[in-house]
Design a protein around this ligand. Sequence first.
Ligand code: FES
Length: 186
Amino acid sequence: MTDVSRRKVLSLLAGGFVAFLASPSAVDAMPTIRAGDICKKLGRRTTEGNKTFECVNSNGKRVWKRVTATAQPTSTTQPAAPTTSEVKVLDSSALTVGKSENVVVNSGGRNFAVVVTRTSAGVFAFNRACTHQGTLVTVNSLNQLECISHGSLFNLTTGAVIEGPASRALTSYKVTERSGAIYLTL
Ligand code: FES
């Protein structure tokens, strides 16, 4: 082989090597962290390919140490949805049209003071706690729910504020009536 052709072969080989180093796959394959390399922040973890490194203290120096990657959970546990339950509160016959009953409903270990009213439009139920400061409301002579503490008035079928100082409607409950009984969902 002549000197000229030998130089050509060497030049082609060198060019190919440079091209290999510059190729993305070659760069990707080259690790940028090796165990024992200096790191900055203790406890920091980083993963390269299938290798995980953690910055640890070793003989007074902060260095990367290869660790076993912690398995990632494949599913997350969803917080339990709030539970509601249906509770029988009255026999249907106990609530004729135009009548209201104050009942105490136990649900989930808690007691709820509730007023249940039947009108020609249906049965309605509200928590009796006034939304101002919690005094229990009662039905007044005008068929409104009235709080005697500071005079708030609420609509008997919607729970909406008629007069303050309360500014929020009473808490309402879903009412279901079947087989001669009235149930609330709390
Ligand atoms: S607590 Fe009912 S109006 Fe104040």
